[in-house]
Design a protein around this ligand. Structure first.
Ligand code: KG4
Ligand code: ZN
Length: 361
């Protein structure tokens, strides 16, 4: 363990490794406190899953195994370091949540590299990574803030009072927001992953043609109600399915596709934006931070902006490479935890699900 890695406030250089799903990623960040910057980031997306219309865990693990060493070496080289990793003060690796077989590849490699370099290794929570990601793009995307994390696997609304102090306000009761995009894209005959194709199709859509009810949203909801912050997308998906069937039966699916995409996206954005604004209002937060792959969606960014700007709220969205799964966010979150003196020992393992550390009831 190097001295630099153990002293709070002294800049350190952290290698991040991410392999929880279908991206093999490595990155180097350096700095201290909130002054941390990105030195390199390599993301290798496993395109093979497109053939299957979803991530196949066994294939993902094998692809990580092939990619993790070259991807890490490339990230080290891009940061001006030798392929061996000399100059790294610590390693942060995603250890939860995710596909266990996929996570284990990153965890095993990080442990081996950490032992070789004699630097500390820290198991890092993937969703805490998403909370930190935007701060690498925007220096002001730091606590306190309201966070909306929307990805293919998770949908969470959180209040972030400080780094490490999180309150989960709401989450999805069924599909994740990205999953809803992916499933609706499939219904519409659009490619996987479906978020971007739906966003593009919706640009040509007429918002008045298919008005789907924004899910889990009605005026009678009050703070304290179970459904005040919670989300659900399966009902919306079923409503789109019915409309798709009707359009198909009439031989109009091609013509209706952009309008259906627009109606779906509008309903989903309305709910996410309103619930995010509720959270910002309730906790008096002026900053709203978006994270996860769905945060790339321009309509969502705009919808949240519209919802919080009347209360003086400012929205920070990550750039696409930091929104989607990446190792920079893992290195960034890990750096903060390392600064708090946290280290993993040899028992570091991978977990399919685990609460975000620092989560208050
Ligand atoms: O965070 P992410 O890369 O991986 C997970 O941790 O799941 O998120 C992937 C999800 C996919 O469901 C994809 O369809 C969605 O993010 N996505 C989008 C957009 N770009 C990616 N959803 C809506 N609009 C987009 N532009
Ligand atoms: Zn993610």
């Amino acid at each position: 363990m190097t001295a630099r890695a153990t002293v709070r406030g002294v800049p350190m250089r952290v290698l991040g490794i991410e392999s929880s799903c279908d991206e093999t990623s490595a990155a180097v960040v350096s700095g201290a406190g909130n002054a941390v910057h990105l030195e390199s980031l390599v993301i290798l997306s496993q395109d093979v899953h497109r053939i299957f219309g979803g991530v196949v865990p066994e294939i993902a693990s094998r692809a990580h195994l092939t990619a993790v060493v070259p991807v890490t070496r490339r990230a080290l080289a891009d940061a001006g370091l030798s392929a061996s990793g000399v100059g790294i003060d610590a390693i942060a690796v995603t250890h939860a949540p995710g596909l266990v077989g996929a996570l284990l590849v990153g965890v095993a490699y990080a442990k081996a590299l950490g032992a070789t370099l004699q630097v500390p290794v820290l198991g890092t929570h993937h969703m805490e990574g998403h909370l930190f990601a935007t701060s690498l793009d925007h220096a002001d995307a730091v606590p306190p803030f309201t966070a909306l994390l929307v990805s293919g696997g998770h949908t969470m609304l959180l209040d972030v009072a400080a780094w490490g102090d999180y309150r989960l306000l709401g989450s999805t009761r069924d599909d994740a927001a990205g999953e809803a995009f992916d499933k609706v894209a499939k219904l519409l005959g659009l490619p996987y992953p479906g978020g971007r194709p739906i966003e593009l199709a919706a640009r040509d859509g007429d918002p008045a043609r298919h008005r789907f009810a924004p899910p889990m949203l009605h005026g009678g909801q009050k703070p304290g109600d179970d459904d005040y912050y919670d989300l659900s997308f399966s009902g919306l998906k079923t409503a789109v399915l019915r409309a798709v069937r009707a359009a198909d039966a009439a031989g109009m699916l091609d013509a209706e596709r952009p309008h259906l995409a627009r109606g779906f996206q509008d309903a989903l954005v309305t709910t996410l934006a309103e619930k995010t604004a509720r959270a910002a209002r309730a906790f008096g937060r002026k900053r709203v931070v978006l994270g996860g792959g769905v945060a790339c969606n321009g309509a969502l960014q705009e919808g949240v902006r519209r919802a919080v700007s009347p209360m003086g709220g400012v929205v920070f969205a990550p750039s696409p490479k930091l929104a989607t799964d990446n190792a920079a966010m893992i290195a960034r979150a890990g750096l903060w935890r390392l600064e708090q003196g946290e280290r993993s020992d040899a028992s570091l393992n991978a977990y399919a699900s685990r609460p975000i550390p620092g989560l208050r009831a």
